[in-house]
Design a protein around this ligand. Structure first.
Ligand code: SF4
Ligand code: SF4
Length: 438
């Protein structure tokens, strides 16, 4: 909890930016968020787990900061007992790290575990690695980073980058970095076969990585479970992203309705792939009705419980965009997975898993005659839809170093035919293109 009893120098600085209401908050000892926008009592973290060989007792739910959240929301999340914060140099072009600096001011630094990440593309020396990390430290206004991850190494070979490891050794010696980690959500188009499973299992074997960040959810579980198993044997910490594989259907449905409303005309080919997609979407609709689910969040809740229910998962990173997210997500801490949840997820997987273009997949990409990076585009679309990072996603898409999904409009849909999961991907790519180039 934030120390709020006395007015120290840091509090004074904060007071001067908060104004009279802020002075009242600190002097009254009330949680800061209460004065900044919400009087609600939020659920508290109920379970702490050991973060592998780091030994840190982490909250089972962490905060993933791929977008910049309002400070009062960050404060409420931290006050509720969340003590794991995941960030990256590139999130919000560094503004996510600056935001964390603001949110943790006045808190006991040792009670928090802060992870950030750097990319190694274009980095050719140990000195450049150190320089990048120093910039992270400046933005975080921190003396040290608990875990520094290499973000998305594209191959097993990239895990062994000596510039990175020499930089880490130096930073550890200087007390600037405590642990080293790796985040991976699968092969990029250019590196077919270098799957998340292959890269992260190699990271476990490498021995120099203390913390992993991986994709794991109830539909895409096989690779994740292998990695979790291997990591547990070596006491390597595991943190999870992309735990909710459901959002896309509902976004897709909204987009189709929007198109209908606007009276957008679609040519015959487009109509064909749209109708394939609508057929798939209808399955999910009937699933909701059959299971008497009024709100899609009921499945999302079970999906997140599925991840938390795995004891080999140390912490699950979630996005907290607003106060509602805090109420809805933090109540899942320490919750078990009921038999009814398991039944619902199994039925959803059976009937509707074709709605989900798997993260960290890319199996279909080699069948595209135009070299369109299907999985990367769908990931950018995920940033747009599930994280609410519209600008970030559109910018990434505009800078795609390959052909974009404009090629998908007038194509035979070869990728769709080679998808082993039956995902109506041509329609999804077309929707993603429209969304990311609005
Ligand atoms: S469409 Fe299918 S094969 Fe292609 S990336 Fe998505 S899940 Fe994998
Ligand atoms: S729809 Fe055609 S152009 Fe688009 S990714 Fe699939 S095969 Fe490639």
């Amino acid at each position: 909890m934030k120390k709020q009893k006395s007015l120290d120098r840091r509090d004074f600085i904060k007071v001067s930016t908060l104004g009279v209401a802020g002075v009242g908050a600190i002097l009254s000892g009330k949680p800061l968020y209460a004065e900044q926008g919400s009087e609600t009592e939020y659920p508290k973290i109920k379970e702490y787990r050991t973060l592998g060989r780091t030994g840190f007792k982490t909250s089972d739910i962490g905060i993933g900061t791929s977008r910049v959240y309002p400070i009062p929301v960050m404060n409420a999340v931290l006050d509720a007992g969340v003590n794991y914060i995941d960030s990256a140099e590139g999130y919000g072009r560094g503004s996510a790290e600056k935001n964390i600096a603001e949110a943790i001011k006045g808190r006991d630094r040792k009670s928090l575990f802060i992870t950030t990440k750097i990319r190694m593309r274009g980095v050719n020396s140990k000195e450049q690695v150190i320089e990048k990390v120093q910039k992270c430290l400046q933005r975080l206004q921190a003396d040290y980073i608990d875990c520094l991850m290499v973000q998305g190494p594209p191959t097993v070979e990239a895990l062994k980058d000596e510039n990175f490891h020499q930089g880490m050794s130096q930073l550890k010696k200087d007390g600037k970095v405590r642990f080293v980690g790796v985040a991976n959500h699968g092969s990029r188009f250019q590196n077919q076969g270098e799957t998340m499973e292959k890269v992260l299992l190699a990271a476990v074997e490498d021995g120099r990585y203390d913390v992993l960040l991986l994709v794991y959810n109830f539909i895409q579980k096989e690779a994740g479970e292998k990695i979790l198993e291997a990591a547990a044997k070596k006491n390597i910490a595991t943190t999870i992203m992309k735990s909710d594989p459901l959002g896309r259907y509902f976004e897709m449905k909204a987009r189709i309705e929007q198109m209908k409303e606007k009276g957008e005309t679609v040519d015959e080919r487009t109509q064909r792939y749209m109708s394939r997609m609508v057929e798939t979407a209808k399955k999910a609709e009937s699933f909701l009705q059959k299971n008497n689910l009024k709100d899609p969040r009921e499945i999302k809740t079970a999906a997140l419980k599925f991840v938390l229910n795995n004891p080999k998962v140390n912490t699950l990173n979630l996005a907290f965009n607003n106060f509602d997210d805090i109420s809805n997500l933090l109540k899942l801490s320490g919750s078990g997975l009921k038999q009814s949840d398991k039944t619902m997820l199994a039925a959803f997987e059976q009937e509707c898993s074709s709605l989900y273009c798997r993260h960290a997949c890319g199996i279909c990409e080699s069948s595209c005659p135009h070299d369109v990076p299907v999985n990367t585009i769908m990931r950018y679309n995920h940033y747009f839809e599930a994280h609410g990072s519209e600008k970030f996603a559109m910018e990434k898409y505009s800078k795609l170093a390959a052909h974009n999904a404009d090629y998908c409009r007038n194509c035979g849909g070869w990728c769709e035919q080679s998808c082993p999961y039956g995902v109506p991907i041509q329609g999804l790519l077309n929707l993603a293109h429209a969304q990311l180039t609005l």
